[in-house]
Design a protein around this ligand. Structure first.
Ligand SMILES: NC(=O)C1=CN([C@@H]2O[C@H](COP(=O)(O)OP(=O)(O)OC[C@H]3O[C@@H](n4cnc5c(N)ncnc54)[C@H](O)[C@@H]3O)[C@@H](O)[C@H]2O)C=CC1
Ligand SMILES: C[N+](C)(C)CCCC(=O)O
Length: 523
C-alpha cells in the first residue's frame, strides 16, 4: 500500500522508488537521477496544456546530476493572452465570493499541500538542488502562508465614517483583478505561494510565470488550487523567460505585477508597469549585514551566520553575506564558523543527511567561483571551501557542486563584499564600535535584510532601528514566520509579502460617500 502515492511520484520511475517505513505509513522515497517530467507545464482552463504559441524551447535540469528533466516551449503572446482571459473570467466569480468562502478553499489547498508535502519537496529538491531537508521546510512555509491568508480572508473589511447631517461614508477593500506573479528559481513553490495566497485571499486571479530553470512545482500548486475548489482559470501558469514575462507585464488586462528576482530585471518590470500605470511589488536582491557583538552567545551567532549564508547553497536574496564581527571575538568566531562550515554534508540532495546540494546550473556555479577568484586577486584569504566539488557517487559527477566558502581578510570595497554573489560564500569583516559598524553596514545600495547578535537588549533594538533594511533579525537569521511582512528598502525593492501588510498590495480601497439630505450646490 502506498497511501501518499500520486501520478507525479511515478515520474521518478517505478523501478527506483524505495519505501521507508514511517510510524504511520509506507512513504515512497524519490531517488536522484530518475525523475523525468513528461506532462505539459502550462496550466490554464483547469488543465495542463501545451502553449497555443511560442517558438523558443527551454530545458530544465536536475542540478544534482546535470541531467535534463523537462523540455518545454516558452509561451508566446497568444498563450499569455489566453491565460489572462481565463483568469479574467474566473475573477468575475471569485471576487464575488465572501471572504469566508475564499478562506475555506485556501484552507483546503493548504491541507492538500500538507498531505502531498513529501512529493512536492522531492520535486523541488530535484529541480532546484536544495536538500530535501530544506525543501520540506519550504513546503511547510508554503502551506502556512495559505493558512495565514485564509485566516485573514474572512475579516477583510472597510470602515464606516459618520458625516454631518446623517450623511456617511464607507470604504470597501476591493481586489485589483488579474495579478501577475513572476518568480525566481531559488524558492519556486514558496515564492508562488507567497504571491498567490494574499492575491487569492483578496479576491484576485493570478497568472504565474516561474523561472525557466524551475518550471515544475508551480504547476502542482495550480492543480492543488483546482482540487481545492477555485473557479476554473483562477490560477494559471505560463512557462518561459524574459519574452513571456514581458508579454505578461504589457498585457492591458493585467492589473498588477509582483516580481521576485534581480535588480536589473526588477527595474525593467517597473518600467513596463509604469507604461500601463500598474502597481508593482518588487522583491529584489541584497547584500545584507549581520552584526555580531562581542557580548553575544557565540554558539548562536555562529549558527545565525551559517543560517544567513548557506541555506539553499547560499542562493537566497536576504542572505547575510557581510558578517561584521567585533574584533575581540573575531578569532574565536572565525575558528568556529570555519569548523562548522567544513562539516556541512554536501552531495545528493535527496539523501536524508545531506545539508547542501548543487548550485542551480553550471554558469551560475562558474559565476560564484569567479567572485572567489576575484576576491583572491583583491587580497581575501580563503579560510575554507570555495572550490568545485565532485561527490564520490558516479551519478553525481555532472552536478554543479562547490564547497561552501568562508572569506577572511575582507575589506568593504572588495567586489565580493559589495556585490551579490548568490552562492555559499560568507565574507567576515572585523569592526570596533557600534557607530562605525552601522555606518559600514548601511553603506550599500541594497536594503533587504540585516541582523544583530548581542545580549544587550537596548543595543539590539537600537541597531535594528538604525539598519536601513526591510527585515531585521535580532539573535537569529533567515527564519520565515509568515505572519511577518518581508520586503526591501532601497534597491532591494518595495511592497511587502507575508503578514497583514501584503493585503494592501493586492487590494485597493474604494470610498463611497453617501448623501442623506439634499444637494447644496455652489451653482
Ligand atoms: N527579494 C527576494 O525575495 C528575492 C530576490 N531574488 C533575486 O533574484 C536573483 C536571482 O534570480 P533570477 O531568477 O536569476 O533573477 P532574474 O531577474 O534573472 O529572473 C527572475 C524572473 O524574471 C523573469 N524575467 C527575466 N527578464 C524578464 C523581463 N525582461 N521581463 C519579465 N520577466 C523577466 C525570469 O524569467 C524569472 O522568472 C538574485 O539577484 C536575487 O537576489 C531571488 C529570490 C528572492
Ligand atoms: C525563506 N527565506 C527567508 C530563507 C528566503 C526567502 C526569500 C527568498 O525567496 O530568497
Amino acid at each position: 500500500m502506498i497511501p501518499n502515492s500520486r501520478p507525479l511520484l511515478l515520474h521518478f520511475g517505478r523501478q527506483v522508488l524505495r519505501y521507508c517505513l514511517s510510524s504511520a505509513a509506507m512513504i515512497p522515497v524519490a531517488t536522484t537521477g530518475t525523475f523525468h517530467q513528461v506532462l505539459p507545464l502550462n496550466y490554464r482552463n483547469g488543465a495542463r496544456v501545451e502553449p497555443a504559441d511560442g517558438r523558443d524551447k527551454e530545458e530544465a535540469f536536475e542540478p544534482a546530476t546535470g541531467r535534463v528533466i523537462a523540455t518545454f516551449t516558452c509561451s508566446g503572446e497568444k498563450e499569455v493572452d489566453l491565460a489572462v482571459q481565463n483568469a479574467k473570467a474566473a475573477f468575475k466569480i471569485w471576487s464575488q465570493k465572501s471572504g469566508m468562502e475564499r478562506s475555506r478553499v485556501l484552507l483546503e489547498a493548504a491541507r492538500i499541500i500538507r498531505e502531498r508535502k513529501e512529493e512536492i519537496a522531492a520535486v523541488e529538491s530535484t529541480n532546484n538542488g536544495k536538500s530535501i531537508f530544506e525543501a520540506r521546510v519550504d513546503i511547510d512555509i508554503s502551506w502556512q502562508c495559505l493558512e495565514y491568508y485564509a485566516g485573514l480572508a474572512g475579516s477583510l473589511a472597510g470602515q464606516h465614517m459618520q458625516l454631518s447631517g446623517g450623511s456617511f461614508g464607507y470604504t470597501r477593500r476591493e481586489p485589483l483583478g488579474v495579478c501577475v506573479g513572476i518568480g525566481a528559481w531559488n524558492y519556486p513553490f514558496q515564492i508562488a505561494c507567497w504571491k498567490a495566497a494574499p492575491a487569492l485571499a483578496c479576491g484576485n486571479a493570478m497568472v504565474f510565470k516561474p523561472s525557466p530553470f524551475t518550471p515544475i512545482t508551480v504547476v502542482l500548486l495550480a492543480e492543488i488550487f483546482a482540487e481545492a475548489g477555485v473557479p476554473i482559470g483562477l490560477f494559471n501558469v505560463v512557462q518561459g523567460g524574459a519574452a513571456t514575462g514581458e508579454f505578461l507585464c504589457h498585457h492591458p488586462d493585467v492589473a498588477k505585477v509582483s516580481f521576485t528576482g534581480s535588480v536589473p530585471t526588477g527595474s525593467k518590470i517597473m518600467g513596463m508597469a509604469a507604461k500601463g500605470i500598474k502597481p508593482v511589488t518588487l522583491e529584489l536582491g541584497g547584500k545584507s549585514p549581520l552584526i555580531i557583538f562581542s557580548d553575544c552567545i557565540l554558539e548562536n551567532a555562529v549558527k545565525g551566520a551559517m543560517m544567513g549564508n548557506f541555506l539553499t547553497q547560499g542562493e537566497v536574496c536576504c542572505n547575510a553575506t557581510r558578517v561584521f564581527v567585533q574584533r575581540e571575538i573575531l578569532d574565536k568566531f572565525t575558528e568556529e564558523v570555519v569548523k562548522h562550515t567544513k562539516k556541512i554534508k554536501i552531495g545528493d540532495p535527496l539523501l536524508e543527511d545531506t545539508r547542501m546540494g548543487p548550485l542551480i546550473n553550471k554558469s551560475h556555479l562558474e559565476k560564484v567561483l569567479g567572485f572567489i577568484q576575484k576576491g583572491k586577486e583583491q587580497g581575501v584569504k580563503v579560510l575554507c571551501g570555495g572550490e568545485p566539488y565532485i561527490p564520490d557517487d558516479p551519478k553525481l559527477k555532472g552536478g554543479f557542486y562547490m564547497l561552501p566558502c568562508v572569506l577572511g581578510n575582507c575589506k568593504d570595497d572588495m567586489t565580493c563584499v559589495k556585490e551579490e554573489i548568490f552562492g555559499p560564500v560568507m565574507s567576515i569583516l572585523p569592526f570596533n564600535t557600534e557607530e562605525e559598524v552601522l555606518e559600514r553596514a548601511n553603506n550599500t545600495a541594497y536594503g533587504l535584510a540585516g541582523g544583530v547578535f548581542t545580549r544587550d537588549i537596548q543595543r539590539a533594538h537600537r541597531v535594528a532601528a538604525a539598519l536601513q533594511a526591510g527585515m531585521c533579525f535580532i539573535n537569529n537569521y533567515n527564519i520565515s514566520p509568515v505572519e511577518l511582512p518581508f520586503g526591501g528598502y532601497k534597491k532591494s525593492g518595495f511592497g511587502r509579502e507575508n503578514g497583514e501588510a501584503a493585503i494592501h498590495y493586492y487590494s485597493q480601497l474604494k470610498t463611497v460617500c453617501v448623501e442623506m439630505g439634499d444637494v447644496e450646490s455652489v451653482f
